[in-house]
Design a protein around this ligand. Structure first.
Ligand SMILES: NC(=O)c1ccc[n+]([C@@H]2O[C@H](COP(=O)([O-])OP(=O)(O)OC[C@H]3O[C@@H](n4cnc5c(N)ncnc54)[C@H](OP(=O)(O)O)[C@@H]3O)[C@@H](O)[C@H]2O)c1
Length: 323
């Protein structure tokens, strides 16, 4: 495993982070038992993963806590989150602290390494900063949080508007989570230059998501983009993309290429991989540890795909899971 310093924090995080949410939720969404999910977390530890991203709404904090019980606390990095908006209203600081306490209880921990405000929208940011951040700063002083983080909601904020606006004025967060993938590269121009300059740690979500793991969804998306004139006709279907990434570029699979693309982006610290399968986890960690894609293929991908924005951020069959 390789480890990276997370922004200006003292955290050395594995470049492959275990995402305990997403569509798999450690297998919770795909019928795995709690003990199978616990085993998955333990197996990731054996492979050198020390970074675990969960959230109250994922329902996986307890699994993470049980799996990490017995590990020296300072050998693992635990990141969790609280939503900030309930029924259209920004919640109170007291509610955020109550959510933090619930997370600590589920995790069976005295502190979390990173506590994020979860899926924050631009329209809520001013109140979040003014009303919620002071409570989190006090929790940090009390030792319940080591670092403050914030995550965007890619399906609702494909332009990273929340982060871009927040960066403009005294940004209090030490770590961010941002969506970035082959067909959603716009963080390169709007987010990473700032995080690199200000030494803000970055966690990459959506490197694969459904768009690169569901070939039917990818195929229909490519066809729609070609039809709409947003992609050259050489990207007409999955086979054409596979030709470029695998046959020409030497990647093992489209998924391998997608993880390597995210991992080697300048400004990407930890790439989150979400899965309920041991085989997928091992394959994905191997991908994240492989070198960058072939430079010529990479420049073609940047030339042809970098203008795309917000592609494949939603799940194909439902509009409900947007966190
Ligand atoms: N706003 C937020 O704060 C936010 C939003 C979304 C996600 N996140 C975080 O980011 C993490 C990653 O989420 P994500 O949305 O990028 O990913 P994800 O939804 O977990 O996507 C991965 C998908 O690809 C499949 N997959 C993974 N590896 C595969 C392989 N080698 N072969 C075939 N299929 C494979 C997984 O299914 P299998 O189970 O079958 O492998 C899963 O359906 C989450 O776990 C969460 O921690 C945060």
């Amino acid at each position: 495993m390789e480890y990276v310093k997370l922004g200006a924090t003292e955290i050395m995080a594995s470049v492959a982070g275990l995402g305990c949410g997403g569509s798999s939720r450690l297998g919770k969404s795909t019928g795995r038992s709690q003990s199978q999910s616990i085993d998955l977390v333990k197996q990731s530890l054996d492979l050198g993963v020390n970074f675990f991203d969960t959230a109250r709404v994922y329902g996986t904090e307890e699994i993470v806590g049980l799996a990490l019980k017995g590990e020296p606390r300072d050998s693992v990095i635990v990141s969790t989150k609280s939503l900030v908006n309930r029924d259209g209203q920004v919640v109170s600081g007291h509610e955020i602290i109550s959510n933090l306490e619930k997370s600590l209880k589920s995790l069976r921990m005295d502190y979390v390494d990173i506590f994020h405000l979860h899926a924050v929208l631009a329209e809520d940011y001013a109140r979040v900063k003014e009303e919620l951040v002071p409570f989190l700063l006090r929790a940090r002083e009390d030792g319940k949080i080591r670092h403050l983080g914030i995550t965007e909601s890619p399906p609702f904020d494909a332009k990273h508007t929340m982060l871009v606006e927040a960066f403009e004025n005294d940004f209090p967060f030490e770590v961010i989570m941002v969506g970035f993938h082959l067909m959603h590269q716009n963080a390169r121009s709007s987010v990473f230059p700032v995080t690199l300059r200000e030494r803000i740690g970055t966690l990459i979500m959506f490197a694969v998501r459904s768009i690169f793991s569901n070939m039917e969804y990818l195929n229909s998306t490519l066809q729609d983009l070609c039809q709409d004139g947003l992609l050259p006709s050489s990207y007409s279907d999955v086979t054409a993309l596979e030709q470029l990434l695998v046959k020409t570029g030497g990647a093992e699979t489209i998924i391998d290429a997608a993880y390597r693309f995210a991992r080697h982006e300048s400004g990407a610290d930890v790439v989150l991989l979400g899965t309920g399968s041991r085989e997928h986890m091992e394959a994905n960690i191997n991908s994240i540890l492989r070198g960058p894609l072939d430079p010529e293929v990479l420049s073609v991908l940047c030339r042809d795909l970098a203008h795309l924005e917000g592609i494949g951020l939603d799940l194909p069959q439902t509009n409900q899971t947007k966190k």
